[in-house]
Design a protein around this ligand. Structure first.
Ligand code: UDX
Length: 459
């Protein structure tokens, strides 16, 4: 095992090829995996679309291979558009990827290439690589529970849980506890079956690959990981939290405004609420206004990420309601994009109002920060369910936002005994995460196994 821990052993199979799905929540874990593999001696080659292309200058240690994707135009805003966009993007770059990959294989000589690690949403690239003799591993950037939900998707339709019926939203899904129907992965109306197609492809990408890499860890999802290992014939590598194995922030698509860190330095421990809804989730103008007045009325200090395009129908950084700035002067800071991991790791931050994207959820858990949950689409409802009912480190603010209930929720999280208990449990989870990432911990062992596995794959 010792010999296989280092990729340069024997001088062969030392290249790993990577292809991330070009969205922030998928790019970050892939680049963290890249950092980890690079530190173990692998040479890294990153294939990428033109859409949301990474900046090679920020990663001089990697080689980048652009793949024309046939799509041009701005990032999609509506959730329904995201699914269509992913399907168009993967179809658009399939042929060009095959060509570029063949050229790279010729250049490197195929037996020095260990494998391609592709986002599980890139089935055509997985198939192209396999047909050219390159073994593949699939990276699933969501939770193990979400992966299980993907696998169960056809059954969920057969049993009538999906499509979601309004009257059944609170019904437990007995096949996937603790999910209720409302917690299942849903993306818009799916009139043309595009979501089912997307999910079926991701499951196929996992099953035809030589293993699946998950950004989760034993202390968080032991039962779910056991379930996956039972249901999948391929090995499952629970190597999370990836951001704890690799440097932060270097794959951000937007410029991170670091001034909020200095502002936090002057604040007492656990006093500040961090508010951010990730890179895709949208709010209505009315939700934004109610959120703003709820935050103002709570009296709690805050750092709030108001991202350009966060409000439906506006590409600009939406203006906060008139009078909000005056009402909160000196008590809060609004930024367009934050160095999130560092903000969550700052001692002054005591709570996170989040959309529960999987990265945000694990980043919060790993810093011992309890959450106010406002899931929006996809896997986020399921993640919020675990936060509230399994780990008990937060609670949901559901429905249409209303300033009074926002104010009450913030005070419950930041000031009440209830919130303090959630914070105490979050700190326990943080310690458990540290145990997993320590030498001899489950994630460290999984990384060793992953590297041994990569070195042993046969073209
Ligand atoms: C999307 C989906 O929403 C999510 O549910 C899925 O699990 C992954 O893809 P996204 O909406 O971007 O992800 O959310 P999330 O998974 O939380 O990822 C956002 C990333 O951006 C995090 O790594 C976070 O640290 C980073 N971020 C966010 C910043 O660097 N600055 C910010 O201001 C906000």
């Amino acid at each position: 095992a010792m010999a296989a821990r280092n990729a340069v052993h024997g001088g062969r199979r030392r290249h790993v090829l990577l292809f991330p799905l070009p969205y922030q929540g998928h790019i970050n874990p892939m680049f963290r995996l890249a950092g980890l593999l690079h530190a173990r001696g692998f040479a890294i080659t990153v294939f990428h679309t033109h859409f949301n292309a990474p900046d090679p200058a920020r990663h001089p240690q990697y080689r980048f291979v652009p793949v024309p994707d046939g799509t041009s135009g701005p990032a999609p805003v509506a959730i329904e558009d995201v699914v269509a966009h992913i399907l168009a993007l993967t179809a658009g770059c399939e042929a060009a990827f095959r060509e570029r990959l063949a050229a790279v294989l010729e250049e490197y000589s195929i037996d020095t290439v260990a494998c391609l690690v592709a986002d599980a949403h890139l089935l055509p690239m997985v198939e192209a690589a396999k047909s050219l003799g390159v073994p593949t591993l699939a990276l699933r950037t969501g939770s193990a529970a979400c992966c299980a939900c993907f696998i169960a998707y056809p059954v969920l339709f057969d049993k009538g849980y999906l499509p979601v019926k309004e009257s059944q939203r609170d019904m437990p899904v007995s096949e996937l506890p603790p999910y209720r129907v409302r917690d299942l992965v849903v993306l818009g109306d799916d009139e043309r079956g595009a979501v089912r197609e997307l999910i079926a492809r991701a499951v196929t990408a996992v099953k035809v690959s030589s293993g699946v890499i998950l950004n989760t860890f034993d202390a968080l999802e032991r039962r779910e990981l056991e379930g996956l290992r039972r249901d999948l014939a391929v090995p499952v590598f629970d190597v999370g939290p990836l951001h704890k194995f690799s440097p932060a922030g270097d794959s951000s698509l937007l410029r991170q405004d670091r001034s909020c860190l200095e502002w936090l330095d002057a604040r007492p421990p656990a006093s500040v609420l961090y508010v951010s809804f990730g890179s895709i989730a949208c709010m209505s103008p009315r939700d934004l206004e109610e959120a703003a007045w709820g935050i103002a009325a709570s009296g709690v200090p805050f750092v709030w990420v108001v991202r350009p395009g966060m409000v439906r129908g506006s590409a600009r950084q939406e203006l906060l309601p008139e009078g909000f700035e005056a009402a909160t002067r000196g008590r809060g800071m609004v930024v367009a994009w934050a160095p999130q991991e560092e903000v969550l790791g700052h001692a002054a931050v005591g709570g996170f109002w989040t959309h529960n994207g999987w990265n945000s959820t694990t980043e919060s858990v790993c810093e011992g920060v309890p959450m106010l949950c406002r899931p929006c689409f996809g896997d986020q409802m399921g993640n919020a369910r675990y936060v509230e009912h399994v780990w008990k480190v937060g609670f949901e603010v559901g429905g249409e936002l209303e300033r009074g209930s926002v104010e009450a929720a913030i005070r419950r999280l930041m000031i009440d005994k209830d919130g303090a208990e959630m914070r105490a449990r979050a700190v326990e989870l943080k310690k458990a995460a540290e145990e997993c990432s320590r030498t001899g911990g489950s994630s460290c062992l999984a990384i060793d196994k992953l590297i041994t596995h990569m070195m042993s794959l046969k073209n």
